[in-house]
Structures are given as C-alpha cells and as structure tokens.
Design a protein around this ligand. Sequence first.
Ligand SMILES: [Zn+2]
Length: 505
Amino acid sequence: MIRTRTLLFLCALACGAISPLAAQSADVAAVRTYADSHRREIVDEYLKLLSLPNVHGDAKALQANASLLSAMMKKRGVDTEIWPTSGGVPVVFGQKLVPGAKRTLLFYIHYDGQPVDAKRWAQPDPFVPVIRTDSIEAGGKVVTDLTNATYPDAWRIYARAAGDDRVPIEAILCALDALHSAPKENVKIILDGEEEGGGKGLSEVIQQYPDKLHSDLLIILDGPQHPSGRPTIYYGARGGASVNVTVYTAKQGMHSGNYGNWMPDANVRLAQLISSMVDVKGKVVIPGFYSDVLPFSAEARAMMDAVPDQSAQMQKDFGVGSLDGAASSLQEGLNMPSFSIHTMKGGEVGGVIAASATAEIAMRLVKDNEPRVMAQRVIDFIRAQGYFLVDKDPDVATLAAHPKIAKVTSRSLAATSGGAWRTDPKDPQAVFATNALKSAWGDGIVRIRTLGGSVPASPFIDAFRVPTIGISIANYDDNQHTDNENLRLGNLFEGMVTLASLMVQ
Ligand SMILES: [Zn+2]
C-alpha cells in the first residue's frame, strides 16, 4: 500500500498532474475546453513572441516586444497604451473595464528576460524556440514536423523567457479569447520591461498613472510553480539586502616563497571572517539575525506544513547530499531571513600571497526585517571581529596603521527589485483569489506563505496599499535565469484556466 502510494505520488510529481474539479463553473469548463481545442494556435502565437530577443537593458529589442505585446492585447479588445519611461524601455498597459464589475484586478507580468550564453544551450539560438517531446533530462526529442501535432501537455518549448516570464502573458490573453473577451471583473494588465535588470520605469508609471493602476487586488504573475505541479498561489515574498566586504593584508600580493609565514593571507582572513558568521549547522550567529521574525501563528505554521515537502526527491534530483540546518523545513526556511555568500574572490596567479579578498554577502529578508538594520548587523559584526572599516580602497598609510582592515558597502534590494511583502491570507481579496483557484482546481492547490525570491510588488503596495497575491504558472524545472529555459505546454494551458478562474467569479 505504501509502495503504491509512493508510486502514485511520484507519478503525480513527474507528470505535473492535477485533475480538474468535477464541480467547476460553466465558465471555467468552457475555458478548459477552449484551451484543449485551440492548442495549435495558442502555441503558434506563443512561438512568435518567444522569437523576439528580450534581454534586459536592450531598449531597442524591448521596444519591439512592447509593440508586439500591444498588438496582441488590442486583438483581444483590451484598451492598450504604451507608456514611455526614462530608461527607454516602455511599460505596456491594458484594461478591459466591465460595467457593474464587483472588483478590479491588476495583473503584473514582466516581459524582459535574462541574458543568454548561447554556447551553453542545447540549441543554436535561445530566441529560435525549439519544441521537444519532454524535458531534455527526460530524453525529450526535438520535434521538427508539427503538421499533425496534438501538442500534448508533456511537450516543452525551449527558449529564453519561455517560463520567466512570458507564459502568463500568453495565458491571460488566451484566457480572454476563451472568455470571448468578456471577463466579469475589471481586468488591468501591466507589462514591465525592466524587472530583471532593475530600472526606474515601474516607479515612474506608478507616479504618473495612479488612477489607471488603481485596483482592488494586485496579482503578481511570476515565479515557478511548486514542484508538485499543482497550481500555486503565494501571499508574500522575500526581499533582500547585500553587503560586500573586502579584507586587505597589504598594498599588493607578495611572493609566497619569500614572504609565506610573514605576510597574512587575505583569502584565509576572509574565509575565517565568513566562517565566524555561521555555525557548523548553518545557523547564522550574527547577533539579532533572526530576532525580528515574529513567532509563527498556528495558522501560519499550518499553512507551511500543508505544502507538500519533496525534499528527499529534490535532494536526488539536484544532487544535494546534506541540507543546510538553519530551518527545519524548506517552507520554514523561506519564512526566515537567509544568508548566502554569492561570490568570494581573492588572490592572483603567479605564486603570490593574496593581498585582498572580497565576498558578496547576500541576505534574503522577510516582511518583519528592515534591510538597513540587517545590513548594519553584518557590518557591526565585522567590526566586532577587530576590523577597522573603510568605504573605499585604503592607501598604504591606512593599511599600515591597522592590524585588520576591511572595506564594506551595502545595498538594499528594496530600491530595485522589490522589498519583502506579505498579505494576510484572510484578507477578503486574498480569500477571493484562493477561492477562485479552488473553483477551478479544488483543494489541491498549493498555498505558499512566503515565496523565497523577490517580486516587484513593493512599489505598488507602497503607493496604493493594495492587497497583493502571486500566482505561479511555469513548471518548477523551467531552468529560468539559466541555459535551456523551457516551458511545459500543460502549464500554459492550465495557466489559462487558472487566470480565467479569477476573471469569472
Ligand atoms: Zn520573473
């Protein structure tokens, strides 16, 4: 029995399967039928969008994206505007207002993507989409002849931004097609072209068009689904802050034969400093690091515990031999601040002792944290280890005057890619969204209290105090931000149903 259950569970994992609800509304059922019977044209349109390069910062390329996206929205009868921004990357805005609508939904999606390193991809060009019968890892074969294709759920489209974050754009527009462009709620869509690289555009249009952007509920459409493949809703996300630290031991590297045992090694000093911040289990020992996090309520704890925990399978999939011990589970860990060293660099070739070494300390922070306070705790800790702190490269006299010296700079992610936020899952608008998804998918949806990564909800929340939730559509193994990014077709079709469910309550 246990074995059978395990097999079923693994199949559900592998197939990304969730069954539609028997008691779904007629509208949702109609969207489901439409998605099934229009697979070819949905995918055709999506392939055209994926063929446009959209690397963040490339204003010219992103302007071309904005034109196509605007045309796609207009085709659905959405009142569409292209809003210029100071960085030259437009924001595309569209709305479909419905007389007598009970609420206004604002969907946020970004249309820019990460840079590509084409050599690392299994296809020549990440902007010439390739269809496979399954994921590369599962042995998916390239499909070249689409003449009689039925576009099964398991097929994948490999292309940059296929998962992050163009799929919700295609899904919401095709959901409108399925609803004959007649949603029951007011629908507003904002397409941001500066999410990946950061930029002022979003803040500018929030200042410029507050009335247009006013809504009762902000829905962030970004991030991958839970690995179970079930529709996933989140009620918060982490923000972040970083501290860069460079330790110095001399004005230049010195010969390790002539000066070994005399000149201190900056690489060793940096390693010692970093290791003094974290205990052997992975808990950060910087005073106050965890102290801002409010105790989890019984409801919060229950929500975290209800998320399927697939640690054992994920350890196998990703080759993780042992887990960090800072939290008792993945979900608990996502509701706490985390500490990573994104890069450590030091030394040089040529047989010399390193004179300087740098670490980029990255913290993911939860709603209860204040980024500046957290960065200051790290800086105070470094000082408490006997370091004299400077904010620019020290000269020889300064170096000689201090036994231990380090340069520190800090940055809060709140200014660029979003601070932490959380909406009470009992907020009436959050309850509306939860129930909408349940109306399409039943109780099997995955509800996440805090998404681990950052999404740019804060500028809206700061300006409008608007209840906010997020919905993830892309498959969890979409390789976003790296090579061979892909989208499982079933996620696009299911995404249409999920987004339609919000528009027809
Ligand atoms: Zn994204």
